[in-house]
Design a protein around this ligand. Structure first.
Ligand code: TXA
Ligand code: MG
Length: 354
């Protein structure tokens, strides 16, 4: 289906170019597909009220049909167009964290086609914190269903160039507003059960949610226990995976460094191309080792910089043909839960505790 001409349009996020937004909004209204920036990752958008248009998303991404889409809206009032009755907690969450990297799962209403909800009785909704995304939704006049704009199974796109790599020739347009600020996807929070459950850790932390709601917020057991089916369909698929083998190393610096040395010497015998992904702090201590590529994700003191760099780093490993990728584990609090979830998935859960 590589037949479409994909328009690649640069926009300045600080000054909406209304001509460009109008053009892309028309594509959405006419049932087409537009990739657009959000604060988390780029999304692949279609009219959320048009089942046929949304089927196009699944086709372009090669996405399994049982994996529902997140619906993006531009105001709390838009919630009425997509959701049924909401618990108070939903209003609290929207008030505090929207626009922002929090998706809430609530009962859907009949406007939402089965394609979007993958046949579930719920819908996942969020308001992105990005002027271009908000302008596109407003001018389109419809809620926009959008998964991350990558080919299914590849790392999510944090730049428009990543989108082009995966979906060029398969969608109508790509809006390029530069790199995404957060760099990991939104937190998906299920509000349909008495106790809120995080189905996917992301840009808003468990601690922030507990603080707001004044009650414990659990992580879905399916996130960590491979014997439990995750409640969020998307989470069960192999994801975020670069082509090389990824090994995630968790422990003290000294132990990680010793293990890296050991892995490097075996890899050298096998003539494997090796990349190390680590913090600035660890890089100081491993830069003299002979890895083919040393990618600094960010500082341990600023874990949000690490989160923002992960997907780009995994794609760089692919581009440079890394066959073995050794990555440092990070603290699991705050945004660290999302960082470690993505690294664990990239590693296919090959986590070595040292
Ligand atoms: O940051 C984000 O959330 C990005 C940007 C583009 O907004 N979107 C994104 O969408 O990450 P996607 O499709 O890559 O991931 C959506 C996740 C999947 O794991 C999916 O299974 C889950 O949300 N999901 C969607 N609707 C759901 C529902 N009704 N119940 C449970 N999980 C749902
Ligand atoms: Mg995705």
């Amino acid at each position: 289906m590589d037949a479409l001409q994909t328009d690649y349009i640069k926009v300045d996020p600080r000054h909406s170019d209304w001509k460009v937004i109008d053009r892309c909004a028309s594509i959405i209204k006419n049932g087409g597909l537009v990739a657009f920036p959000t604060e988390t990752v780029y999304g692949l958008g279609a009219n959320a009220l048009d089942g046929q248009a949304c089927r196009g998303i699944f086709a372009a991404k090669g996405r399994p049909a049982d994996n529902p889409l997140i619906v993006h809206i531009a105001s709390v009032e838009d919630m009425e167009r997509v959701a049924g009755s909401l618990p108070d907690r939903a209003y609290k969450c929207m008030d505090r964290f929207w626009p922002g990297p929090l998706t809430i799962v609530v009962p859907k209403n009949s406007n939402i086609p089965d394609t979007v909800s993958a046949g579930l009785s719920t819908v996942a909704v969020r308001m992105p914190d990005h002027p271009v995304a908000l302008a596109l939704i407003r001018v389109s006049g419809v809620p926009i269903a959008a998964p991350s704009a990558n080919t299914s199974g590849r790392p999510s796109p944090t730049s428009a160039e990543h989108v082009r790599e995966d979906l060029g020739g398969k969608i109508n347009a790509i809006l390029d507003a530069g790199p995404c600020r957060v760099g990991v996807e939104s937190t998906v929070l299920d509000l349909t059960t008495p106790n809120p459950v995080i189905l996917r850790p992301g840009g808003i932390s468990r601690e922030q949610l507990e603080d707001l709601l004044g009650q414990p917020v659990a992580f879905d057991r399916g996130l960590t226990d491979q014997n439990v089916t995750p409640r969020s369909p998307g989470v069960k698929y192999k994801h975020y995976a670069p082509k090389g083998e990824v090994i995630l190393l968790e422990g003290s610096d000294n132990r990680i460094i010793a293990r890296i040395k050991q892995e490097l010497s075996t890899a050298r015998e096998k003539k494997l191309k090796v990349a190390i992904l680590c913090s600035r702090e660890l890089a100081e201590q491993v830069k003299y080792l002979e890895a083919d590529n040393l990618i600094i994700l960010g500082s341990r003191q600023k874990p949000e910089t690490v989160a923002a760099a992960i997907y780009g780093a995994l794609r760089e490993c692919d581009r440079t043909g890394s066959q073995l990728i050794l990555t440092e584990g990070f603290a699991r609090n705050g945004i660290g839960a999302a960082i470690m979830n993505r690294l664990e998935k990239a590693a296919g859960y090959r986590l070595i505790k040292l």
